[in-house]
Design a protein around this ligand. Structure first.
Ligand code: NDP
Length: 443
């Protein structure tokens, strides 16, 4: 068995029950065989073994009082995965499914994603099994304050800088940042995704969705194509999905399907994004409400949105939401390109189907890196005490996404896997982190 295959088996055996982490690790390490063969130093310095273990993982309880004065308790985590190229950077997720395996997969992915941006940030991720849905503002605030009362010890502007993720938007970031500042007594850029009035960057809210479209546009232009006139299916209706849909329209495409965890809508004439904004961000309601705004649209309970014929699919909800059968349905209906707005939304078998059928496939660690890239720009502005315009930030984001495309394309070509952006992104991200680890000795 080859060195990387053997190692993947060893790591799986040593981390039982961590299926999401195994999936992410096997995807990255599975692409590295030719790189490791070319560079015996990586084996000698046990770089892959060291990279697979977080530098530190903190698990702690978060007790809080609900509106009825009942005591509630949740489990929270911060996985500080790799600081070889910069301080730990990665979001915080609030969702009932959160566990150590999911956060290890996200922190591991984040390390390579951050490396791909070309910016000096390491990888980390955090979260809690807390569900903000149905909670009052007061309950969300008390939960965030209790969480930060423990987490602040491990954070710092040059140490670990969290951001939002699923279930953590501007409201939650504000509450967590407020508590951090109150405890440490310093006004410092320890969180990104902050509100514009207290150190946030213009363009951060839009960055992941816009970045996804910039990357896909770069890929399509490389094939003399573009978004103009394309039918686009976008799963989710949160931060990433919404701004991906907006930029799709700006680039001439037509979003025709969106979803939430309850079901999906199909509006062949093009989704009315002002209605989505009202339902999801103002009312915090379910996407099923959409048919009240557009009676010709159809709402379906549950899964199945990938059966709708489209030209481009952008899964932007959560991990493992697009399975092999969905991939086959997309291929059969003529889908030409898939870009992962979410982290690992496509199963490994689904990705194989895309590759086998010549569908362009952009993996999340490249395609959704726009969010963390603009987070890093927010950190720069905080350090410099500056506030850039939306246009300045957007220009930089475009440049960074163009750079990511070049890096993954070049790495894929160098290792004779032309057009395989999974391999290209994994190799380019890995090499940057590996070289930094080698230079820093056995630490
Ligand atoms: P949000 O919480 O804003 O939105 C998540 C969306 O996905 C909601 O519409 C939610 O529906 C839906 N969803 C969640 N779980 C499921 C599920 N099991 N099945 C179907 N739909 C589901 O999160 P974001 O938009 O911020 O994040 C989405 C993805 O993008 C995540 O994978 C995240 O890690 C990734 N990402 C986010 C970045 C960012 O800047 N925000 C940066 C890079 C990656 P419902 O409301 O019903 O729960």
């Amino acid at each position: 068995m080859s060195y990387t295959k053997n190692l993947i088996q060893e790591i799986i055996a040593k981390t039982p029950g961590e299926s999401e982490f195994h999936q992410a690790m096997a995807e990255v390490y599975g692409a590295l065989a030719p790189v490791v063969d070319d560079n015996p130093r990586y084996q000698e310095a046990a770089i892959l073994q060291r990279m697979a273990i977080p530098e530190r993982a903190i698990v702690f309880r978060v007790p809080w009082l609900d509106d009825k004065n009942h005591v509630q308790v949740n489990t929270a985590y911060r996985v500080q995965f790799n600081s070889a190229i910069g301080p730990y950077k990665g979001g915080i997720r609030f969702h009932p499914s959160v566990n150590l395996s999911i956060l290890k997969f996200l922190g591991f992915e984040q390390t390579f994603k951050n490396a791909l941006t070309g910016l000096p940030i390491g990888g980390g991720k955090g979260g809690a099994d807390f569900d903000p849905k149905g909670k009052s503002d007061g309950e969300v605030m008390r939960f965030c304050q209790s969480l930060m009362t423990e987490l602040y010890k491990y954070l710092g502007p040059d140490e670990d800088i969290p951001a939002g993720d699923i279930g953590v938007g501007a409201r939650e970031v504000g509450y967590m940042y407020g508590q951090y500042k109150r405890i440490v007594g310093r006004y410092e850029g320890v969180f990104t995704g902050k509100g514009i009035t207290y150190g946030g960057s213009l363009g951060r809210t839009e960055a992941t969705g816009h970045g996804l479209l910039y990357l896909m546009d770069n890929i399509l232009k490389g094939k003399n194509d573009g978004f103009d006139g394309k039918k686009v299916s976008i799963s989710g209706s949160g931060n990433v999905a919404f701004y991906a849909a907006k930029k799709t329209v700006e680039l001439g495409g037509r979003p025709i399907a969106m979803s939430d965890s309850g079901g999906f809508i199909h509006d062949p004439d093009g989704i009315d994004l002002s209605a989505i904004n009202e339902i999801k961000f103002v009312q915090r309601a379910r996407i099923s409400e959409y048919i009240k705004y557009r009676p010709n649209a159809k709402y379906t309970v549950g899964t199945g949105m990938w059966n709708i014929p489209c030209d481009i699919a952008l899964p932007c909800a959560t991990q493992n939401e697009l399975h092999e059968a969905d991939a086959k349905a997309l291929v059969a209906n003529g889908c030409k390109a898939v870009g992962e707005g979410a982290n690992m939304p496509c199963t490994a078998a689904a990705v194989d189907v895309f590759h086998e059928n010549g569908v362009i496939f952009a993996p999340g660690k490249a395609a959704n890196a726009g969010g963390v890239a603009v987070s890093c720009l927010e950190m720069s502005q905080n350090s410099m005490r500056l506030h850039w315009t939306f246009e300045e930030v957007d220009q930089k984001l475009k440049g960074i996404m163009g750079g990511i495309y070049e890096k993954m394309n070049t790495a894929a070509t160098e290792y004779k896997m032309d057009g395989n952006f999974v391999a290209g992104a994994n190799i380019a991200g890995f090499k940057k982190v590996a070289e930094a680890m080698l230079a820093q000795g056995v630490v």
